[in-house]
Design a protein around this ligand. Structure first.
Ligand code: CDP
Length: 210
């Protein structure tokens, strides 16, 4: 099933909640374009770690900055959450995200403030979450698989620090939009989480369930 006009799915949630994987599966299922908005903040952070100015980095961001090596690192994640607290940096990234969201054929954006600030008019809003212990275990497994030398306790501490900063900042804090459908993945395999998200989108598209 595909969509001809604009159709926006907003997915928000804390780190390692499963929102990235769920977004990719929804995008595949419906042929939507997918934007991982965390990459925008990570790309700005990578430039700042190299000595750049945060606002200049955000204003000058280019497509190729979103595919650079090192964007997924945990130091970059922490730096991303610091630059993401700067209101001017967030504003500089808004127009690109909004344009992406309204492209023809449908779009899915995942992040922290998509349903609340970037796309308050999104046709579907999901808030994906899980306990911090489960999220830390998932992130730890990903990092170990990449060969990173970390302990689960360190991953949990870093994740809590970032969650706190993301939730408590004044500019577009991490929050579930009032009209978001909650998806708690604590006791769910990723296939189940993706299936539930797909069902929510199908209902919004008014596709009869088989
Ligand atoms: O993948 P993970 O959930 O660990 O992080 P991410 O989505 O790549 O986001 C990295 C950081 O960017 C977050 O901790 C937030 O501070 C920031 N971010 C944001 O403020 N707003 C968004 N829409 C997306 C990310």
């Amino acid at each position: 099933m595909s969509v001809s006009g604009p159709f926006t799915v907003a997915i928000d949630g804390p780190a390692a909640s499963g929102k990235g994987t769920v977004s990719r599966r929804v995008a595949e299922q419906f042929g939507f374009a997918h934007l991982d908005t965390g990459l925008l903040y990570r790309a700005v952070a990578l430039k700042v770690l190299a000595g750049g100015d945060p606002l200049e980095a955000a204003e000058g961001l280019r497509e190729e900055d979103l595919v650079r090596d090192g964007l997924r690192g945990s130091d970059v994640a922490q730096a991303a959450s610091r630059v993401a607290a700067v209101a001017e940096v967030r504003s500089a990234l808004l127009a690109f995200q909004r344009q992406f969201a309204r492209r023809k054929g449908g779009a899915i954006l995942d992040g922290r403030d998509i349903g609340s600030v970037v796309c308050p008019e999104a046709e579907v809003k999901l808030y994906v979450t899980a306990t911090d212990a489960v999220r830390a275990a998932r992130r730890f497994a990903e990092m170990r698989a990449r060969g990173e030398d970390v302990t689960e306790a360190d991953v949990l501490a870093a994740l809590r620090e970032r969650d706190a900063r993301d939730s408590q900042r004044a500019a577009a804090p991490l929050v579930a939009a009032e009209d978001a459908v909650m998806l708690d993945t604590t006791e769910m395999e990723i296939d189940e989480a993706a299936a539930q998200a797909i069902a929510v989108v199908e209902r919004a598209l008014k596709i009869p369930r088989r």
